[in-house]
Write a protein that binds this ligand. Structure first.
Ligand SMILES: *Cc1c(COP(=O)(O)O)cnc(C)c1O
Length: 452
């Protein structure tokens, strides 16, 4: 079997995500036959290092023996059951473990089956919380959500509405609920001589004013803690979350932490909120949750929120949200195996060595004439590729230079999939320092070629 056979069959029936299909008239589609560890292999035996963890989901490599075994064992016991009125041990164990691992106070776990659904759950739950809570005193109904500019929370309509990446959102604008967007605290455009901490702290004034002016209307603020991943891996300082937690308490607004991308060790701690030592009222998890194996998401929340729905059925306060595959046992088994590996291998501590290797190997980009910033957060490094380093002038987007880096890296056996002109590394945690060296060297040459 050749790559081209499969590619032809694919292109006659398939429609791929986040893709202008016409691009594949020039850009080859790569059929993957198998994966092992950091490696993906196509039908012609070419191998690629998965430097972006297959869209940020894979934590411990492809075809991980331990996770494979856990899924196989679960498969012979129970593949799926409805999750209303019924339950199963893998889901119970997983919920107990997530409650124990997550920031203090998040004591209840609601399952869904992908990141966008988790965000929808979080939005509906926070709206409904205030509805139930304020029912007695006839207060005004709160209907507004606040989010940051350049944020990303998924592709379903509610998630798009609280997001702000124009590329994904603008087209659907007429369909979306109205939200309040506050300027992001991201540090890329801070003024010379201002530290990231000062900048993020200063940017909080916008948030504070918005919350104080609209407190009666706002159900919740939703943020991606520390890293706006789909928004070009822009980063901000942890002080912002500390200030946000205090302000949400002060103005009686819920705080939703969307840790779909940054959860499970990406920023160097288990959850990014830990850098600020805060507990959100609601936390969304997905992507790395199953080690990159199966679609699952979890929404963790507080006893207070849970209790606001807990009443006699006839009072109509229940949260009647569901998905067919809620809490799928195979996905829960994969997630439990993933958490076993975190504990067994002391992953968060062990990753420090990889974080250091990533730092050392990306120092070479600091002086690259077309890299205006090297951003790092734990196991994430992002490089901003620009036309003019001195004034951070971007290349015209129509030139699509990021794709040139992508193509070059593939030719060298490395899978990088840039976000526009931002090249980033988000490798699985089983990557070796030598592989990190290879990935970054390939990226360096690819960027140099693409910026001539
Ligand atoms: C990927 C992502 C989502 C959406 O998750 P899907 O599983 O792709 O629907 C939501 N929020 C953040 C922060 C993400 O990175």
């Amino acid at each position: 079997m050749r790559n081209s056979n499969l590619s032809d069959r694919d292109l006659s029936v398939l429609w791929h995500p986040c893709t202008q299909m016409k691009d594949h008239e020039n850009l080859p589609l790569i059929p993957i036959k198998k994966g092992k560890g950091v490696w993906l292999e196509d039908y012609e035996g070419r191998q690629y290092i998965d430097a972006i963890s297959s869209w940020w989901v894979n934590l411990f490599g492809h075809s991980n023996t331990y996770i494979n075994e856990a899924i196989k064992q679960q498969l012979d016991r129970l593949e799926h059951t409805l999750f209303a009125g019924f339950t199963h041990e893998p889901a119970i164990t997983l919920a107990e473990r997530l409650v124990n691992l997550s920031p203090k106070g998040l004591n209840k776990c609601f399952f869904a089956d992908n990141g966008s659904s988790a965000v929808e759950v979080a939005l509906k739950m926070s709206f409904h919380y205030w509805l139930n809570k304020n029912a007695e005193n006839n207060s005004k109904i709160k209907t507004k959500f606040v989010s940051l500019s350049n944020s990303y929370h998924g592709e379903t309509l509610g998630a798009l509405a609280v997001g702000d990446v124009a590329l994904y959102k603008a087209t659907y604008g007429p369909l979306l609920m109205e939200c309040i967007t506050v300027p992001s605290p991201d540090c890329y455009h801070r003024e010379n001589g201002v530290t990231c901490e000062e900048h993020s702290r200063n940017m909080f004034d916008h948030m504070d004013k918005t919350l104080s002016d609209n407190a009666d209307d706002i159900c919740a603020v939703i943020v991606e803690p520390l890293v706006q991943c789909a928004g070009n891996m822009r980063m901000y300082h942890s002080v912002y979350l500390e200030l946000l937690r205090k302000a949400c308490d002060k103005y009686e607004i819920l705080l939703i932490a969307d840790e779909v991308a940054v959860g499970f060790g990406r920023t160097g701690k288990m959850f990014a909120c830990e850098h600020s030592n805060i507990s959100p009222d609601i936390m969304c998890l997905s992507k790395g949750l199953t080690g990159g194996y199966l679609a699952l998401s979890a929404v963790l929340t507080t006893d207070d929120i849970y209790q606001a729905f807990y009443d006699d059925y006839l009072n109509g306060t229940a949260f009647l949200h569901s998905h067919s595959y809620t809490g799928n046992p195979l996905a829960c088994a994969a997630a439990n195996a993933t958490l076993d590996i975190f504990r067994r291998d002391n992953t968060i501590e062990k990753n420090v060595e990889l974080v250091n290797a990533l730092k050392a190997e990306t120092e070479k980009f600091e002086d690259h004439p077309h890299i205006s910033e090297v951003r790092r957060s734990g196991m994430i490094v992002a490089l901003e590729m620009v036309k003019d380093k001195n004034n951070k002038l971007a290349f015209p987007w129509e030139e699509r230079r990021g794709i040139e880096v992508y193509k070059y890296a593939l030719s060298q056996g490395v899978l990088l999939r840039p976000l526009g002109d931002v090249i980033y590394f988000m490798p699985p945690y089983i990557v070796t320092p030598d592989q990190i060296k290879k990935i970054t060297n390939v990226a360096f040459q690819g960027i140099t070629n693409a910026t001539i």
